[in-house]
Design a protein around this ligand. Sequence first.
Ligand SMILES: [Zn+2]
Length: 178
Amino acid sequence: MNEDGGMGGHGGEDTHGDATHPSAIAPDRDALLLDAMLGNLASYLRMCGYDAAYAPDRGVEDDTAIRSLAAAEGRRLITRDRSLAASTPGAVLLTERETTDQLRELHEAGVALEIEAQPSRCGACNGPVERVDVDEDENEERPEYAPDEGPIWRCLVCDQHFWTGSHWDDVAETLASL
Ligand SMILES: [Zn+2]
């Protein structure tokens, strides 16, 4: 929010319309495509509400296929591959290997990283999740490993269940410390 472009030119903070500027990336505007080896990062981004596709999950590997998918679905590529980043419009290049360091790099590049109040994306597969009322609906059962209380969500694609337990708090803390 307080990011200052710093390159002179327009004094305003409105970067609207500048699709290739790396700052001001937010889940309500930007869909993402994560390159191979960035699967862990993808799940963090999904917890922040991003529509974050993971290239290997989508069956794309080579640079041409990745560029085509990004263009076809309007996704911004995040990659550690320098030449791929350079040849893909709007791509964000990462240099770090550890997920927390990569999150910091994204944060510094102006990517909004704030955990959602409630999950909307499956961390595992990027599918949409829905709230399940395990206490009211007799067809629903609270998963054995879930906490005894609190809301439960289910992925509409892979059927995995979610809740905002200690892992959620850990992620929130990690993001707050960037
Ligand atoms: Zn899923």
